[in-house]
Ligand binder design. Structure first.
Ligand code: ATP
Ligand code: MG
Length: 589
């Protein structure tokens, strides 16, 4: 392709609202334009990278035996009501939806479990017709609360979503492993450094769920890894080995024997300092309002060590609920009689319709003795609190957020926290959708059974952006070869006939040899051409200039190393091909 005949404009400055490097560079390279919050257009150059990613995903999905389908983006509300997701997604505000002229409502698919389950139940009747895995690569819509970071969090974005169908769990396990393998192949082919971490599978069940993460400082997810590499989990899911107990070996003292005023001291740190103790001996009493799947709600207390925080993703499941929210500050006095800071586990008043306020204890405090707790009275703390002795424990739960330096649950080494970008997610769904939508087949004993499903998402645009986050320098993008819009750039530095002819010939030779070449034949200064080639990040660059030509060579370099070598024009095709085949890190001369 020739730049003089292309539609491409690079920018010196990144758009003012671009916050992350991938958005800045893709916009500056003229590959991406923001149209509205979370909504983007791809230019011809940008679309090439997106398509490359799409093709890699399609090839690996096909190789795994998955079958491509196309499901509607506009999906009738009835399907979503059947699965129970219409109200939930509407309440969460994530669902984009529309109404036709007759008032019929549609969801714009954020994923397609309903549509695919509907497709399958319409035609499958017997276990003999299974198993299979259906996938599509299509636009998704999500009304994200904070659409930002360019392609990393869009409201309209391209996703590959696959759904496997089996008669039993064993079949699902096989599909799950196949998908893990396919995803590994995809991210390896893209040249990405990634990690597989355990993920929360949500309050609605599902037995296993893992995320593929690209480790990058700009990532929105916190990841927990053990230093020995044996453990990795999203922080939403991560657990630790039991923490050392500061009260170990002590006898329990009487409750309240040395109660102490703590006027105006809201934080556990301030209270500990005032009480002359350590913060792990202060009980944090958190009041939550939890909602069960049947819609009923209850208020409960969660006790956790003052140096730890409750992980609100883990909490609902531990309470047997679908979600749990902190009791609003203005409602606290009704239940505890005081403001935050002094809430305690003893003497809580249940809201109307509830017999008592159940008290759950985090594992970190299961055996606690002689710790402090709020007195449910402004400015007062009780001493000598031992949860097992002093309150009726409704359950011991594991809901603490893991911290950098905590002991690894594998029993060896400590945990470290890094940031990452979730690019893929594989999930053993089970029968949630097949039960609610009655997607059943007759098993070998002629009994009707709901199908066992898995779902597997992969963000196409997000992965392209993650590749840029991981591969760039001060001058621009450093594309991994498989995702580069063009593998090679040819730059003609001057406009005289000799240079132009030589550049034209190289362009023709490289193209004929099957190399994807972008020919910068514009009437621009050399400096402009160099800067643009660096910004766009073509993996290999061939520079044709008068001085070098006089010596019988052109200059070839890789974007990653930028070290130019003189190569005779007749050898350029061979060098470029070998360099690309080797991943274009260093020049193959
Ligand atoms: P996140 O936690 O980042 O919001 P998610 O867990 O809701 O993502 P999934 O429902 O698992 O996302 O979607 C599957 C894949 O689709 C994700 O792994 C990600 O690569 C991609 N994806 C999800 N949301 C977005 C988005 N708003 N913009 C771009 N890609 C997205
Ligand atoms: Mg996910």
């Amino acid at each position: 392709m020739r730049w003089s005949q292309y539609f491409l404009v690079t920018l010196r400055e990144a758009p003012g609202d671009a916050e992350v490097v991938s958005h800045k560079l893709l916009a500056r390279a003229g590959m991406l334009q923001k149209v509205a919050a979370g909504i983007y257009s791809f230019t011809p150059l940008g679309l090439r990278s997106l398509r490359k990613m799409t093709e890699i995903v399609r090839e690996e999905m096909d190789r795994s035996g998955a079958l491509e389908v196309e499901l509607p983006i506009a999906q009738p509300k009835e399907l979503w009501v059947e699965s129970g997701r219409w109200d939930r997604y509407l309440n969460e505000g994530i669902l984009c939806h529309l109404e036709d002229r007759k008032g019929t409502e549609f969801a714009l698919a954020p994923t397609a479990e309903e549509a695919v389950t509907d497709m399958v139940r319409r035609s499958v009747t017997s276990w003999r017709q299974l198993p299979f895995n259906l996938y599509q690569i299509r636009t998704k819509f999500r009304d994200e609360i904070r659409p930002r970071f360019g392609l990393l969090r869009g409201r309209e974005f391209l996703m590959k979503d696959a759904y496997s169908f089996d008669v039993d769990q064993k079949g699902l396990d096989v599909h799950y492993v196949k998908m893990e393998k396919a995803y590994r192949a995809i991210f390896e082919r893209c040249g990405l450094e990634y990690a597989l971490v355990q993920a929360d599978s949500g309050a609605i069940g599902g037995s296993a769920s893992e995320e593929f993460m690209v480790v990058a400082d700009t990532g929105e997810d916190a990841l927990v890894f053990s230093e020995d590499g044996k453990y990795g989990a999203n922080i939403e899911k991560a657990v630790t080995a039991p923490l050392p107990e500061p009260w170990a070996g002590e006898d329990a003292r009487p409750f309240g024997e040395a109660d102490s005023p703590t006027p105006g001291l809201i934080t556990c740190e301030d209270q500990a300092r005032h009480l002359g103790t350590t913060v792990d001996r202060i009980t944090k009493t958190m009041l939550y309002e939890a909602v069960r799947e049947d819609g009923s709600a209850f208020v409960c207390a969660v006790l956790i060590r003052g140096d730890l925080d409750v992980n609100e993703v883990k909490l609902p499941k531990a309470l047997g609920a679908v979600h749990a929210r902190l009791v609003a500050e203005e409602k606290l006095p009704e239940i505890s009689g005081c403001r935050p800071g002094f809430v305690g586990p003893i003497g809580l008043k249940p809201p109307r319709g509830q017999a008592e306020v159940p008290v759950y204890v985090d594992r970190s405090m299961e055996n606690a003795r002689n710790v402090w707790c709020g007195a449910n009275r402004e400015g007062l703390h009780h001493s000598g609190f031992s949860p097992r002795r002093d309150v009726k424990v409704a359950g011991v739960v594991e809901v603490a957020t893991a911290r950098d330096g905590d002991p690894s649950p594998t029993g060896t080494g400590v945990l470290r926290i890094k940031r990452g970008i979730e690019v893929g997610h594989i999930f053993k769904l089970g029968t949630k959708y097949s039960v609610s939508m009655k997607c059943e087949v007759a098993d070998p004993q002629q009994k009707m059974v709901p199908l066992v499903m898995g779902c597997y998402g992969l963000g196409i645009g997000r992965t392209v952006a993650a590749a840029v986050e991981q591969n760039h320098d001060d001058d621009g993008i450093v594309w991994p070869v498989p995702l580069a819009p063009y593998a090679c750039a040819v730059l003609a530095l001057q406009r005289d006939k000799e240079v132009l002819d030589a550049a034209e010939k190289l362009y023709a030779d490289l193209s004929a040899a099957g190399v994807e070449v972008f020919f910068d034949d514009r009437d621009e200064r050399p400096g402009v051409k160099f800067k643009d080639a660096d910004l766009i990040g073509f993996p290999v660059r061939v520079v044709v200039g008068g001085k070098a030509l006089a010596k019988g060579v052109v200059e070839v370099s890789t974007r990653r190393e930028k070290k130019a070598e003189g190569v005779p024009p007749a050898k350029v095709v061979e060098v470029v091909k070998a360099t690309l085949a080797a991943g274009a890190r260093t020049l193959a001369v």
